[in-house]
Design a binder for this molecule. Structure first.
Ligand code: GLA
Length: 670
């Protein structure tokens, strides 16, 4: 892991000067300075300009841009332009165009329309990356390589014959022989046994439901195939400029789930992420928090960069909502609160042409006489005031288990209920923790859990033996574990764990389920002790656990819905259904109180409290998402950094919609 050679909290965005006449550039850099911009990402989609025909290069434009940035004290995060191969490439290599599940070959004409397994693409991508690296390795503006852009955003899967061959190669390495593959995939079902490697194809559109293990391995392969492209580019860059860190921008939230970022993150020198709000989410601040905690966790607790978000509306949702007053500031500072050491936008200047002409930017179509511009300039000043926060990190005693393999498997077709969505479940458990100000890390099932008191697995449909044993050991060794329904159900090959559900967690949870009763959309059942449950239920039998709540209506009347099991020196809870939000919140409050987990700070409703800990001080971020002012207790010896004022009387008042960052003496608690 390296650090970024930009002072304080980096600030900027994607900069596409190639879309504008050169006389605009001088205004760009002048305004960047006015806004306090310190780093911009350049060249992301400039392949067609840099290499107008195969092997012919023209770097004159990029030379001038990088020089101009450097003269103005603005650092460059220089991108390899490989997310958008030029038209000439596809005319020479039509076989590199991707094929979708239905066998349709796509055309060029947008971006990222290439087959990840195409040898011609790989060769061309590494060639342009090599040229860039050689030319700019020593350029003083370049502080980081931005490899590609959002790998897999549009082409995570290609079903062409070249991909099929690469998939078979990956399977051969994984299974070594066909018997092992046939066993893992359970191919005796529906006459699917393979006798020759060449019989195996990607899970293309077929008459009925494809084999689950086949589909799961396909998802794994697709993630690895793109990762190998990233690593190949990174190696080329590293060779030319060993001291310059490389990143690529992740997309951990929204609907994107194509990449197993636990496998990607260790390959990045600095982890970066893109985050966009969903117009339909009334509490997108929770999405930001969850995303930030997940990215910080992927980065191993180290600071990360927010590579993209938006100043206002995006252009790719059915209706693209603008931000409300103060939302731009709250959003950006919330990312910092959750560990970002850099805040960047897509994009610097709003485009007037092209597919993203209706996407917001730091400098909007309206120019500087606009609310967005004023907010952008003010944010620059805020970030400058937070310079000393750089390098500090979070501190959590609660871990939420997050696993892309489990997510992929849970969301395969032909499940007991297609209503069960991984991210929804994680969010429903995360929300009450967020509301109570409890700090959270995300972990892999096999992570070192020794620093946590409480581990939550909202869903772990798929878990391998190692992950299950790790979580079991944690509970038996004195921790508190809470597991959500339909967990432990299958192994890493999607084979059901026999003998009763929740398979791998039956013993640690002290329960045994003999049949699942998913609930219909809109259906709910009442619970003893108040509240209702929806989405899921199952016929749980106690096998050592005690009942906390049971159903009071429907076919499972009297059957446990939530259980608690003393195991070893710890405790394991099973939530065999989805309680309504306030019942779930009360339950998680009880679980965490029993586990001895305290919030970062008790705050009035609507005020988010997040702590970053530095070597000498704690930084308490207070973000008021509510409509009224709120008082929060702080350390007697504290300073508010955004206003640069000492706090008197051990208490601050956070105005409605406002953000405060309070430096306190480093507390002794871990
Ligand atoms: C993604 C891409 C950007 C841009 C934005 C628009 O994050 O990386 O190039 O298309 O979406 O929201």
């Amino acid at each position: 892991m390296s650090t970024l050679n930009v002072p304080g909290i980096a600030y900027g965005g994607d900069y596409n000067p190639e879309q504008w006449p050169e006389e605009v550039w001088a205004e760009d850099v002048r305004l960047m300075r006015e806004a306090g911009v310190t780093m911009v990402s350049v060249g992301i989609f400039s392949w067609a300009l840099l290499e107008p025909s195969e092997g012919v290069y023209d770097f004159s434009l990029l030379d001038r841009i990088l020089d101009l940035l450097h003269e103005n004290g603005i650092a460059a995060d220089l991108a390899t332009p490989t997310a958008a191969p030029p038209a000439w490439f596809f005319r020479a290599h039509p076989e590199a165009l991707p094929v979708d599940r239905d066998g349709r070959q796509l055309s060029y004409g947008s971006r990222q329309t290439f087959c990840p397994s195409s040898p011609a693409y790989r060769e061309a991508a590494l060639r342009i990356a090599g040229e860039l690296a050689a030319r700019y390795a020593e350029h003083p503006a370049v502080v980081m390589w931005h490899v590609h852009n959002e790998y897999g955003c549009h082409n995570a899967e290609c079903y062409c014959d070249t991909s099929a061959e690469a998939f078979r190669g990956w399977l051969r390495a994984r299974y070594e022989n066909l018997d092992a593959l046939n066993d893992a995939w359970g191919t005796t079902f529906w006459s699917q046994r393979y006798y020759d490697w060449d019989e195996i194809i990607p899970p293309r559109a077929t008459g009925a439901v494809p084999n689950p293990a086949h589909q799961l391995d396909w998802r794994r392969f697709c993630s690895e195939e793109l990762l190998s492209l990233y690593k190949a580019e990174r190696e080329v860059l590293r060779e030319a400029a060993p001291g310059t860190p490389a990143t690529t921008n992740f997309m951990v939230m929204y609907a994107f789930d194509a990449l197993d970022y636990w496998r990607w993150a260790p390959e990045l020198d600095i982890v970066s992420n893109d985050h966009y709000l969903r117009s339909t989410d009334p509490e997108s601040e929770i999405d930001i928090a969850l995303s930030g905690d997940l990215v910080r966790s992927l980065a191993g607790g180290r600071p990360w960069l927010l590579m993209e978000h938006s100043t206002g509306a995006v252009n790719w949702q059915p209706v693209n909502r603008a931000k409300t007053a103060g939302e731009l500031r709250r959003n950006a500072l919330a990312h910092v609160a959750h560990g970002a050491d850099g805040i960047a936008y897509f994009q610097w200047r709003a485009a007037k042409a092209g597919a993203e002409q209706w996407h917001s930017a730091m400098l909007p179509h309206a120019g500087t006489d606009s609310q967005i511009w004023r907010d952008v300039v003010a944010l620059g000043a805020d970030l400058k005031a937070l310079a000393e926060v750089r390098g500090s990190t979070g501190t959590a005693s609660v871990a939420v288990v997050w696993d892309w393999n489990a997510r992929w498997a849970l969301e395969l077709p032909s499940q007991p209920s297609e209503q069960v969505r991984y991210l929804d479940l994680v969010r429903s458990w995360y929300e009450p923790l967020w509301r109570s100000g409890v700090a959270v890390d995300f972990v892999r099932p096999d992570a070192d859990l020794s620093s946590y008191r409480l581990v939550l697995a909202p869903n772990l449909y798929l878990v391998d033996d190692e992950g299950a044993a790790n979580l079991t050991r944690f509970a038996e060794g004195g921790g508190t574990l809470a597991v959500g329904f339909h967990s432990g159900a299958v192994d890493e090959n999607c084979h059901v764990r026999l003998g009763g559900y929740p398979g791998a967690f039956r013993d640690v949870l002290g329960v045994r389920t003999d049949e699942l009763f998913p609930l219909l959309p809109g259906e709910s059942v009442s619970l003893s002790g108040g509240g209702t449950a929806s989405l899921w239920s199952e016929r749980v039998h106690l096998a050592g656990a005690e009942t906390i709540t049971s159903y009071t209506e429907g076919p499972l009347t009297g059957i446990p819905a939530v259980t608690r099991h003393g195991c070893g020196t710890g405790t394991a809870w099973y939530l065999a259904t989805l309680p309504d939000p306030s019942t779930l919140a009360a339950l998680l409050d009880r679980i965490r109180a029993e586990a001895g987990v305290a919030p970062v700070r008790v705050t009035p409703e609507g005020v988010e409290a997040v702590l970053r800990r530095g070597p000498e001080a704690d930084y308490l971020f207070l973000i008021n998402h509510g409509d009224g002012g709120a008082e929060v207790d702080v350390a007697p010896d504290a300073t508010e950094l955004l206003a640069g004022e000492r706090v008197h009387g051990g208490r601050v008042t956070v105005a409605a919609g406002d953000v405060m960052v309070v430096r306190e003496p480093r507390s002794a608690t871990p």
